[in-house]
Design a protein. Sequence first.
Lengths: 222, 222
Amino acid sequence: MVHEGSAVSKQALRRIPFYLNYLRSLPEMEVQNVSAPMIAKALNLNEVQVRKDLAAISSSGGRPKTGYNASELTSDIERFLGYQNVNEAVLVGTGHLGRALLSYRGFEHYGLEIIAAFDSDESIVDQDIHGRPVFPVYKLVDLTRRLNVRIGIIAVPAEAAQQVCDMLVEAGVLAIWNFAPIHLTVPDHILVQNENMAASLAILSRHLQEMFDANESLDNEG
Amino acid sequence: MVHEGSAVSKQALRRIPFYLNYLRSLPEMEVQNVSAPMIAKALNLNEVQVRKDLAAISSSGGRPKTGYNASELTSDIERFLGYQNVNEAVLVGTGHLGRALLSYRGFEHYGLEIIAAFDSDESIVDQDIHGRPVFPVYKLVDLTRRLNVRIGIIAVPAEAAQQVCDMLVEAGVLAIWNFAPIHLTVPDHILVQNENMAASLAILSRHLQEMFDANESLDNEG
DNA sequence: ACAATATCGATAAAAACATATCGATTTCCG
DNA sequence: CGGAAATCGATATGTTTTTATCGATATTGT
């Protein structure tokens, strides 16, 4: 029995989509092989790190001096990440962010399909947004369960997020993609993936702050 | 000379906004003190970790049995992250995502203000979007430099991202918030912060894949 | 066929990060 | 006042992640 699952670290899991992206960006006709050093150079990563990541994913391994077969590696990654199955999702909250997510076609490349949206604002309900039906939020639990959907996307204000989260859990979703800037409490078996824009902003802002501080102290010394 | 800058790890930097968020969510009148264990419990983190993070940020330290003064800690964090200065940014790309970002008022809380947008589509130009002027992209370098803006936000398709990135660098920005699913090459002193939705999706999708695999192997054994 | 080279896979070392533990300090309460 | 409880700050330990190193192997060019 194979348990390749736990061989890949969380950090690796964040890099793998970049590999896939890179592979997909290559002209399929011209490039037949890719090597770890090649990917590392393109993505500005350490060569050994990439090689290790690939070793964990690739079914057939790479060949010295040549590397991996590009298309084979591509589908290995897709299989590994489960992008081959279509993962159906429901989205809650049709504000600006929710609409942006509904409008983004790129999710198809990642096997994600948003099949319905929910909103508490009754006036939006019964319209379609970018081809997806919008339902009132009181139908969320029942409908999501009947659709047998496993992913819930939360795009509501922070105040409402935990409540929506509870409903999604009750409806039987297994993973939640949370865009609300708040910590969600869930049962153990549920995965919450926070889309943490505040964290990104913090890193940005801190970077500028540090550069500012550095300049200041230079001034004070000179 | 003080160099508190490098004492905080990258991971800590990702947690700190959550602390701030939590602090801001507290009713200011009722809660005067917060402790590390209190925050840890609320955000489901390790108590020691939170304490260490706070120690690096707090100017005055905490008191045994009491913790930290909430409002003081709040402004310590804001100062640390540079949220007290207003960081002005320009945004490139006014598709669905760009518009969603322009419409989001919450950035003010993080000291970020988007003051102008750029787009290659001339028909959009000269309109305002959510109160911000939209300029043609050929004005990007000149205008951004004259506005003395230090943050650039990239919300264009992957194909155009590197080109836009180069322009932003030429215009003198110091940090780039990249929403395009592609690796950007920049000079050393420039910080690129990737908003990596693909990575989040990968983690989600892989979680489901693992649960699916686990079920399968159970079936095969029973 | 053989040497030079690029890559792989594996193992080892180093660095970053998280968690546990302990004495010291403050507050609370009897 | 004195003991119990909660928290702090610091140090030590453990874990994860990254990076370096080394021998083995496939390819290329002579």
